[in-house]
Design a binder for this molecule. Sequence first.
Ligand SMILES: *Cc1c(COP(=O)(O)O)cnc(C)c1O
Length: 349
Amino acid sequence: MKSIDLRSDTVSWPTIAMREAMARAEVGDDVWGDDPTVIQLQEKAAGLVGMEAALFVPSGTMANLAAILAHCGRGDELILGNQSHTFRYEAGGIAALAGVNPHTLPNQPDGTMVVADIEAAVRPDDPHFPRSRAIFLENTHNICGGVAIPPAYFSSVRQLASRHGLVVHLDGARVFNAAAALDCRVTEITQYVDSVSFCLSKGLCAPAGSLLCGSFDFYRRARRARKALGGGMRQAGILAAAGIVALEQMVERLVEDHANAKTLATGLAEIPGVEIDPAAVQTNLVFFALSKSVPVEPEVLVERLDREFNVKIGRRGGQHFRAVTHYWITSRTVETALEAFRAVLQPLQ
Ligand SMILES: *Cc1c(COP(=O)(O)O)cnc(C)c1O
């Protein structure tokens, strides 16, 4: 029996349509710019987010690092959230490989940084200080609960950035989830940023790959950075073919994942000892905690769900967990997962 894998949307396998497209894909050497399928994916991606160009890269982490390398020089400063994926989960690459000084500001529960905090963080022109160069935003905001940040916030950050000559990059790993949750076109968000990265390999189900989008000039610099990082891939059309299917078939359906996440959150809230506010669940990420009063260790919950019920969830440290819905999690599998939670937790009450 296949497991009900709620650890992340990254675990989603490619769809049958993707595997067929991969088998049929026309390919070339993409380092030489010869792969027609990569070119097609890049053009489609750029069009979707309303940018001049897009670059296919192996991962979201590389997309963000290539963006920084394209925007910043060594010793420049990057303003980003202290709960941002780039600050917390990208192996310190911005400092180690780009030589960029991370200036972190507290992320608010809604995933934003306070605009006045950003303004105050911008350095005056003084040889003592690093040069403020870029602002990184994230939407949806992963650690802040998969929350979707509305376009109005991007508009205010854009105005501030333009006043100070800063560039704005959006880590939009799940930006299509954000647009789906806000019921807006993704361009309503991306129109305010200079560059945006998004993942094909999360809710969009492709096996691998991200797109880094921006102006033609940005694209040329990012392409050079990708080469330096070892991310130039040869017959990458095999992967790009799945990405095209992802953009054509998987974007509109993300609302189903959000509905399933809501059902999961509501069901969890009804189990005594589970701490969660279903109203806070906006997209496909469901964060919850186990009350200290429940006589089960967090690792035992994870272990029993997995071993006895084939349900996998993510641990977030302490009493905290994360469950993520995606294409392979249906409303039926959500019910099965909830039965497993009840079977483990209710006899303990
Ligand atoms: C997953 C994720 C990334 C990185 O993507 P990888 O493909 O795993 O390297 C970047 N930012 C956010 C917000 C993410 O959720």
